[in-house]
Design a protein around this ligand. Structure first.
Ligand code: SME
Length: 153
């Protein structure tokens, strides 16, 4: 597999460092968003939506702001991922049913669930300005960060 643009291991080390310093949940989520987006394209916008009851709440982001600060489970790509309990990699958002637009520039989207065993804690939602922005190696790298968050939150 090709090497990912995203250096997941260094982000995990930063998260572990933050956890050791007891920086708190908000800071860990922000650190994940900021560090993932800092990788640059295909990472245009990074949104940490956490599950509260039957809705997702935007708790941290880096990149373009979004009007979608709360998304009910089942709505949009984000809510669909939770309802179906699976990650969603959408190569072309123009062809996706139920897509909630955040920016007209966005062409592809990746949602990776943050799970602790069977429990879904939330998700890392990432927008890209290119079609097919998230090949398997990028998806795997984001999963590594999501799994670290699940253990540290
Ligand atoms: N596109 C998402 C909404 C979140 S914003 O893009 C940040 C969706 O369809 O659920």
């Amino acid at each position: 597999m090709a090497e990912a643009v995203l250096d997941a291991e260094s982000i995990v080390r930063a998260l572990q460092g933050g956890f050791a310093r007891d920086v708190g949940r908000a800071a860990l989520l922000q650190l994940a968003a900021t560090r993932i987006r800092a990788a640059g394209p295909p990472y245009t916008g990074v949104y940490l939506y956490m599950l509260h009851g039957d809705g997702l709440v935007l708790e941290a982001f880096d990149g373009r702001s979004t009007e979608h600060t709360r998304i009910p489970v089942g709505r949009g790509i984000c809510g669909q991922a939770v309802a179906e309990r699976r990650d969603l990699n959408v190569p072309d958002v123009h062809r996706a049913e139920g897509y909630l637009a955040c920016s007209v520039e966005t062409r592809s989207e990746l949602v990776v669930l943050i799970r602790r065993h069977e429990e879904i804690l939330g998700q890392i939602d990432i927008d890209s300005d290119v079609v097919g922005g998230f090949p398997p190696e990028e998806e795997a790298a984001v999963r590594t960060v999501a799994d670290a968050l699940a253990a540290l939150l």
